[in-house]
Design a protein around this ligand. Sequence first.
Ligand SMILES: *[C@@H]1O[C@H](CO)[C@@H](O)[C@H](O)[C@H]1NC(C)=O
Ligand SMILES: *[C@@H]1O[C@H](CO)[C@@H](O)[C@H](O)[C@H]1NC(C)=O
Ligand SMILES: *[C@@H]1O[C@H](CO)[C@@H](O)[C@H](O)[C@H]1NC(C)=O
Ligand SMILES: *[C@@H]1O[C@H](CO)[C@@H](O)[C@H](O)[C@H]1NC(C)=O
Length: 207
Amino acid sequence: MANFHFYFASCVLLLTLSWRTSTGLPVRTLDAENCAQCSVLFKSLLLNITELLNNDLLCYGIRSDKVALRSNAETVLTCAPALTQNSGCIMQRNSPFSESECLRNIMKDLGYYAAAIDSYFNFPLRRSEEEKSLLKPTLGMIQTLRKNCSLMPDAGNDSSEENPAQMWGNDSFNNRQEMCKMMRGFHIRTITINRAMGYISSGDHMQ
Ligand SMILES: *[C@@H]1O[C@H](CO)[C@@H](O)[C@H](O)[C@H]1NC(C)=O
Ligand SMILES: *[C@@H]1O[C@H](CO)[C@@H](O)[C@H](O)[C@H]1NC(C)=O
Ligand SMILES: *[C@@H]1O[C@H](CO)[C@@H](O)[C@H](O)[C@H]1NC(C)=O
Ligand SMILES: *[C@@H]1O[C@H](CO)[C@@H](O)[C@H](O)[C@H]1NC(C)=O
């Protein structure tokens, strides 16, 4: 219950910020109720991917502990807090933090990973049914987030992304290995996204 109040308060703030930045332009904003749901959904997605990676199925027998960051959305850059000058940090940006740019890149990420998981199902898999039933709920969560939490109707449809289906081939071991590495990368990206949502909600970028 305490958590719910926290999210709700944050989201009212997020909503206010969207209003202020949308100065007259017809930008769609999340209503307070949807917004509260979205913060919760992003947290659930993170927990879900954590669980998914703890499950032995996807990464079973894979020795490599490589992480693949597949999506080329600029979430890390555009969602980094505005930093004080000369902090010596690599992530330093010249432009101020843009909430809508950050959200746009988050949606681009989600679009990429949704397409990647979706296409994975069409290729040879070691334990097809089990892998599908493991991944499908997560795919569903991503789709809900894309539908309910996007500011733009066609967000995440970006032709500049390479086609994720290119990752998969005829070899079920390779496919699973690529999926395992990709989900590790997505896990890290989801941590970044949750951090960004917290930053946006805190209103720190308005100071
Ligand atoms: C992810 O969440 C969905 C929906 O709550 C659930 O059905 C599924 O079992 C979860 N997956 C994992 C790996 O926890
Ligand atoms: C997504 O939005 C629809 C209506 O816009 C709503 O019915 C549904 O409950 C929302 N889903 C979640 C998980 O918040
Ligand atoms: C997004 O891309 C998919 C596949 O490329 C396409 O089928 C769909 O119509 C596009 N959606 C929008 C809103 O552009
Ligand atoms: C994959 O399998 C299909 C059908 O079995 C075959 O036609 C195709 O050449 C194979 N592709 C590769 C890259 O091995």
